[in-house]
Design a protein around this ligand. Structure first.
Ligand SMILES: Cc1ncc(COP(=O)(O)O)c(C=O)c1O
Length: 428
């Protein structure tokens, strides 16, 4: 996208917004307000997406049905609660490039990661290692280390952390594949983020899956920063499982019910061990209080509990908007917005900050990670007080994401103005 002729003036941003086919979607979200009543420049959708204006009505419907019907709402609510999660299946499948059989919304991300490691991390003496990124999100680190310990192994010898070359911040694809090639027969599970939460680097999920499977490894992805950010083709790429949360790019609200993918080749496997619960049991017999568990085929068979309907209601509100906008159109705009942000930031050569996210569009999503070695945290807090939301990751990273669903070119322009002013005043 660097070949696109971006311009530095605000009139360029205004003209781009006028031409933007997705420009009206901004109106469908609630922006936090500054002290003088203006909208925040909200570049924090990689952390918590904004609230759809329709969310309250979707929740209200369920509260009304609950008030009027009580327990009968499970079967007689406007959208009966018993199969409510299925209202999200088709759209979730489309979002991640899966078949409906392969996806389910349930639990939260880390819970799903643990649940997936029950069938998919089965270490033996010869093959017991898990590959993650060095500096993977802490919850992922805790989850994989605790699984290694749970199986009687030692993270010191069973965890491989992929590390960038000295002086670099991102991993090289060829280095990931070389490690898999070299150590493949000791690796039980490769578990990477689709997009690294700190650097914003997107990995070659198809290539990693191919390389891992060729060496007999199980492959899973944490798509927290990829779902709703990048077009995904999980069925085609073929990882064994994937998990993601719904409160970032998917705008499902804080702590929203999460997503889970299990590839169709495992849909009817009776050999895979699982931690079972009644919501994963054959739905035709869910209320027959029999003692024997019979798993639903596909991802639904990994459910444990009846899900939070109020949380799913918000996710429906959001996914209705998301599906209407369409992932491909969102990605087209996202590539432009992020490239424009990069272009404007690069107008100023400064030793005070640098962008660590890869420049190639195929190696990143919406997020840019800006490394600010000195006083960056204070700068980020100052911007937040001024109504400019990004977030800070220790030790030195300011993460910002212009989100194509509700951010504009003008937001990008104004963000860079404010950012430059903050950098200048921090230098004085
Ligand atoms: C990459 C990644 N993994 C895991 C998590 C943890 O998510 P949860 O609290 O929903 O389990 C997050 C949360 O931001 C994340 O960014």
């Amino acid at each position: 996208m660097s070949s696109f002729a971006f311009e530095t003036g605000e009139d360029f941003a205004i003209a781009m917004d006028e031409r933007d086919p997705l420009k009206t979607y901004r109106e469908r979200f609630l922006f936090p307000k500054t002290a003088d009543g203006g909208d925040f420049i909200y570049f924090c959708g990689h952390s918590l997406g904004l609230q759809p204006k329709t969310a309250a009505a979707y929740i209200e419907q369920e509260l009304k049905d609950w008030a009027q019907l009580g327990v009968e709402g499970h079967f007689r609510a406007t959208n009966p609660w018993m199969p409510y999660h299925k209202l999200l299946t088709e759209r979730t499948a489309a979002l991640v490039g899966a078949k409906p059989l392969e996806v389910v919304v349930m639990n939260s991300l880390t819970v799903n990661l643990h649940l997936m490691m029950v069938p998919f991390y089965r270490p033996t003496r010869a093959r017991h290692k898990i590959v993650i990124e060095r500096g993977a999100f802490p919850s992922d680190q805790y989850a994989v280390k605790s699984q290694i310990l749970f199986h009687g192994f030692d993270p010191a010898t069973s965890l491989i952390e992929l590390t960038p070359l000295p002086g670099e911040f991102c991993l090289r694809d060829e280095k990931i594949e070389a490690l898999i090639e070299h150590s493949g027969d000791e690796i039980a599970l490769i578990m990477l983020g689709g997009v690294n939460y700190a650097t914003g680097q997107a990995y070659d999920m198809a290539g990693i899956t191919r390389a891992g499977h060729a060496r007999g490894c199980v492959v899973g992805f944490d798509l927290a920063h990829a779902a709703g950010n990048l077009p995904l083709k999980l069925n085609e790429w073929g990882p064994d499982f994937a998990v993601w949360c719904s409160y970032k790019y998917l705008n499902g609200g804080p702590g929203c019910v999460a997503g889970c993918f299990v590839h169709e080749r495992h849909a009817r496997s009776s050999e895979l061990p699982r931690f079972a619960g009644w919501w994963g049991h054959d739905e035709r017999a869910r209320f027959e209080v029999g003692p024997d568990f019979r798993a639903m085929p596909g991802a639904e068979g990994w459910q444990l509990s009846n899900p939070s309907i109020l949380s799913l209601a918000v996710l429906r509100a959001s996914m209705d908007i998301f599906s209407e906008a369409g992932m491909q159109r969102l990605r087209t705009k996202s590539v432009m917005l992020t490239s424009y942000l990069e272009f404007l930031l690069n107008q100023r050569s400064s030793s005070s900050f640098s962008i660590v996210t890869p420049q190639e569009k195929d190696r990143r999503g919406a997020q840019l990670s800006i490394r600010i070695p000195k006083n960056g945290h204070a700068l980020c807090e100052r911007l937040m007080q001024e109504g400019v939301a990004g977030d800070w990751r220790e030790p030195d990273t300011f993460r910002v994401a212009p989100v194509p669903l509700y951010n504009s070119y003008r937001d990008v322009f104004r963000f860079v103005q404010r950012f430059n002013a903050a950098i200048e005043s921090a230098a004085q």
